[in-house]
Design a protein around this ligand. Structure first.
Ligand SMILES: [Zn+2]
Length: 305
């Protein structure tokens, strides 16, 4: 429930942001990062624990060492040592950084900037590329247009959903180049995105999740929004419950090769009723940071062979 609340608060904060405006909105909720979790939130927690002296490896997997380091940090800070990185722990963990800084806290910030679509190397050096990414990110979220990563910036970086105008790519932006989002499909309107097993599959827009388990799609997730079904197939793992509300950019599963598949990839389709629409133009617009065309206006032929 706490996780769901965090998502809802984040969604409300994003709604409050509006399109194309830069008015300061309430920052999104901090995520809860717990034993067994994986991904960039875990990596950032690990780098921040390292910045506070923890001798752990930042491998993006919340294992026993990370949990022990979290408990030790919480004890040292006078917090309840539950081993879960939640709002109180994040607030103590984040370290203010700015141009010229070096070290693990910078790496943590860079991992989040990459998650939000910035092409950076997470090298722990706060150079001009990182500075311009931070300034752009803060501007987009109605914060002062500086390179200072303060507590509020951290909260937007770590809690925020990487979306543009309420849309997200179905994969992390760094997973594939733009040129992969315009390829035709092999038999009917859809797209096959060539990524290895275990890549994060993300909701392209806010909607309601349902699950597919059959010999064709394999383990699949469908996000339904305004009568449009966004279909994800061949997952190795589904990580949303049937009926769950999801927000754009939310993790819905991990890619794989289940069902009728010859190798790991993400099959992504858009259906309205029984009609398949070509997702290519929608995905390219999202990639380019533009409002995508209405799904109903997407072609129903010409993107397959
Ligand atoms: Zn396919």
């Amino acid at each position: 429930m706490a996780r769901l609340m965090a998502v809802l608060v984040a969604a409300l904060a994003l709604v409050g942001l509006g399109v194309g405006t830069a008015s300061a909105a309430a920052p999104p909720a901090w995520p809860l990062v717990d034993s067994g979790d994986t991904g960039p939130e875990v990596a950032s927690a690990q780098y921040l624990l390292r910045a506070h002296g923890a001798q752990i490896t930042a491998d993006s997997i919340f294992g026993p060492q990370t949990q022990a380091a979290t408990k030790a940090f919480q004890t040292a800070q006078g917090l309840d040592a539950d081993g879960i990185v939640g709002p109180l722990t994040w607030a103590k963990l984040v370290v203010q950084v700015d141009s010229g800084a070096r070290g693990d806290a910078v790496t943590a910030a860079q991992h989040q900037l990459v998650r939000h679509g910035y092409a950076l190397t997470a090298d722990g050096v706060f150079g001009t590329g990182t500075a311009s990414a931070v300034t752009d990110f803060k501007t987009k979220h109605g914060l002062a247009a500086t390179s200072l990563v303060d507590a509020t910036t951290w909260q937007w970086l770590i809690g925020g959903t990487p979306t543009v105008n309420g849309w997200s790519l179905p994969l992390p932006r760094t997973a594939l180049p733009r040129s992969e989002y315009d390829d035709p499909h092999h038999d009917y309107p859809a797209i096959d995105l060539p990524v290895g097993t275990g890549t994060r599959a993300l909701a392209v827009t806010a909607g309601t999740a349902s699950l597919v388990n059959d010999s064709s799609c394999g383990k699949g997730v469908v996000v339904t929004a305004a009568g449009v079904r966004y279909i994800y197939c061949h997952l190795s793992q589904q990580v949303v419950a049937a009926g769950a509300a999801v927000t754009a950019g939310q993790l819905v599963g991990y890619t794989g090769s289940t069902g009728n598949s010859t190798g790991p990839h993400l099959h992504f389709g858009i259906k309205i009723g029984s009609t398949s629409h070509c997702p290519q133009r929608l995905l390219l617009a999202i990639y380019d940071g533009q409002n995508p065309p209405a799904p109903s206006s997407l072609p129903t032929s010409g993107c397959s062979y």
